[in-house]
Design a protein around this ligand. Structure first.
Ligand SMILES: [Zn+2]
Length: 200
């Protein structure tokens, strides 16, 4: 039962914009408190807690949560009753997020490595006026970083795997969904978001 409760539910704000993911446990609590309703992905109909129990009785398929008295279907999407903001509007510029953006790959030799074997490289070296920003910091393995040293890419004939940009993945959803997204979530996520996610 516990693992199902830790499963992820997509959280929509009052305008049906995806703003977060929550655990099933948290989602059911919100629904139980009337702060949210469960969305049936098939037809977008919404259910309060009792309604969901009722609907679960008739449902033939899908994953279920069992308790002593009954079983209910595992919700996959909920819509909040009040909240209409968005969570994180910006991807925070951080070491961890750069590792995520560059997917643990050296941006020069394209090799995927353990995080411990990668360094943060200033594309335009600090000594040449380069700044610590999304567009000037990339992951580089120790070897490539040493090779490049304090030079500009044009001076040493090295190329970046891709142009470093500020990632967009948190602008709509507030969290990265990469490995946990469910098919039932797709229609609630904007196309722009998916494009970034697929390219990354
Ligand atoms: Zn490298």
């Amino acid at each position: 039962m516990d693992s199902v409760l830790c499963d992820k539910v997509l959280v929509l704000n009052r305008s049906w914009i995806a703003v977060n993911v929550a655990t099933v446990r948290r989602a059911l609590t919100l629904v139980f408190q009337d702060a949210a309703r469960i969305v049936a992905p098939q037809d977008y109909s919404t259910y309060d807690f009792d309604g969901w129990i009722e609907a679960s009785r008739e449902a033939q398929s899908g994953r279920r949560i069992y308790s002593a008295a009954t079983s209910i279907c595992v919700p996959e999407v909920i819509v909040l009753s009040d909240f209409n903001g968005r969570f994180s509007k910006e991807v925070r510029f951080s070491r961890r997020n750069i590792f995520d953006r560059d997917e643990n790959c050296c941006q020069y030799c394209k090799k995927k490595m353990d995080r411990g074997d990668l360094t943060l490289d200033h594309v335009v070296p600090r000594s040449r006026g380069g700044t610590s920003t999304w567009t000037n910091i990339v992951l580089a393995c120790v070897k490539c970083n040493m090779k490049k040293g304090d030079r500009l890419l044009t001076e040493i004939n090295m190329k970046l795997l891709k142009k470093p940009i500020k990632p967009q993945w948190a602008t709509r959803v507030g969290v990265k969904l990469g490995r946990i997204r469910k098919p039932s979530w797709e229609r609630f996520l904007e196309e722009a978001y998916w494009e970034v996610e697929l390219k990354a």
